[in-house]
Ligand binder design. Sequence first.
Ligand SMILES: Nc1ncnc2c1ncn2[C@@H]1O[C@H](COP(=O)(O)OP(=O)(O)OP(=O)(O)O)[C@@H](O)[C@H]1O
Ligand SMILES: [Mg+2]
Length: 567
Amino acid sequence: MLRLISRFLKKEKREKAKPRPASRAAQLIEILQRKHVTEAEKEKKGKRKKVSLIFPRFRVYATHRFIALPSEVKTQVRYPLIEPYAYALIRYDAREHMLTYNVIEPVLSSEEKRMLEKIKLGLISLINVPLTAIKNREELTRFLEENVQLLLDQYGFELSADQYLRIMYYIYRDFVGLNEIEPLMQDPYIEDISVDGVGLPVYVLHQKYGSLRTNIVWNDVEKLREFVVKLAERCDRYISYAEPLLDGTLPDGSRVQATLASDVTTRGPTFTIRKFRHEPFSPVDMILLKTASAHLLAYLWYCIEHRKNILICGGTGTGKTSFLNAISLFIPREAKIVSIEDTRELMLPHEHWIPSVTRASFTGTKVGEVTMFDLLRESFRQNPDYLIVGEVRGREAYVMFQGMASGHPSFSTMHAASLEDVIKRLESPPIELSPALLETLDIVIVMVHARQYGKSARRVKEVMEIQNIDKETGKANAVKAFYWVPVSDRIEYRGYSWVLNRISIERGIPMEEINKEIERRKLLLEWLAFRKIRSIRDVARYLALYQRKKEELLERAKKELGRVNES
Ligand SMILES: Nc1ncnc2c1ncn2[C@@H]1O[C@H](COP(=O)(O)OP(=O)(O)OP(=O)(O)O)[C@@H](O)[C@H]1O
Ligand SMILES: [Mg+2]
């Protein structure tokens, strides 16, 4: 009996789990149905695959190389920025009598715009990882593309291949790139991008055509504010109403300055991006750009080798940091260098280089902050042969000068228009250096814009050598060793150098020998310029080679340059 009951229960269980049709025919129908369902499922899956296969891969070709541009815009100039989607069109605006820079992008219909917005919102809710975690742009694009296709499927949007690519461009531009200004970021000719507030056009500084107004405008304060917050996030910095000023570096090395609150900048949020040059200027570039002469650079090379202290001064954007970077190549290859900056700008080919950057506090308090002063004090523990400080502004200058006085040659830049300004700033609060400490500074290089020689022309205006500081008046007794003559656009040597004479006395090297050595180095630099050997790595290699194979290298230089001079 028990066996009977258990058999009955088992049977019932089986039937409950899988109700079986009673007749053979019904069973057959069920089998066919099941097959049909799986086939339909398969087909559905296949269809989904097909949906994504309909679309061509979204690819962009960023133009990092320079395209030869005419020196003057006759009617208009057009070149690619993000191929094949975004282009630059520079043309003369007859009404405003000025050149304008227009970003040409794919046009979307209002229906496509609506779809784009929906996909954007969808992406934001779908993707729960911070996109900044994916560093590789291509990987990030692939990731977005997969998710966009998923969303298209979910929303049931039917797009042609062309529509899909145009929409993907905007997804790429806004999620991978920096929204409206992404095409500008990709233009190698653009040096600066700036916005002075809401309703005002974005201005760019173009290497060939100078300052240009673009067709990009933020008309909505909220949107501009959002964008500035995005910039801060990309810089790994923090910006808010309480702390409305931002000074940071984008992952590609570009520098960003921005303000958020409208009480700080009355026309609403603002920002300026100084784009990172992928290859910094070398000393040879400085010769080719006519910023400095081969003679002047040979002199600096000699002084740097003999551990002299240098400060580069000038107005905003006069090329101080670029010049500092260029002449730092003269630091002997094997020397240990420590550099300290607020934002990372320097790029050196040296192996023993320890770059450090200050860190702002993230929370608005002082917690976690690492200032230039802290880094500088720390740097002396690393006992560098050379110290480079990006820019001196405050009390860190005091530590730097102490370092100089204790035999650590240092180079830096300062925002000041002349030697007198430099001395004044160093002697007054908050720096307040004593004349004795100030005297350790050997050379002050003054940089200027030279707009008469081109939109982005910069020149070394003068090289001043400090003899001593008058204890009574606090004024510097200085000698002008080199100076720029604007009419001829040449940099002349005065024929006498206090610093070189000091080296002669300190090291016991006859002046004649020093002058000869500088002549030799000048020849080498002229030859490198003639051969257009300009990348920092190549130049550094030749400078190192010069130490080992001086005679052979000079022989070659003389021959090749001589041949040119004869013909
Ligand atoms: N010798 C030069 N010739 C042409 N362009 C230059 C030269 N030096 C620098 N530039 C360009 O000028 C811009 C400013 O350069 P840099 O940052 O070196 O100036 P700066 O004086 O240090 O600026 P800041 O005052 O912000 O510190 C950069 O875009 C750079 O590419
Ligand atoms: Mg600078």
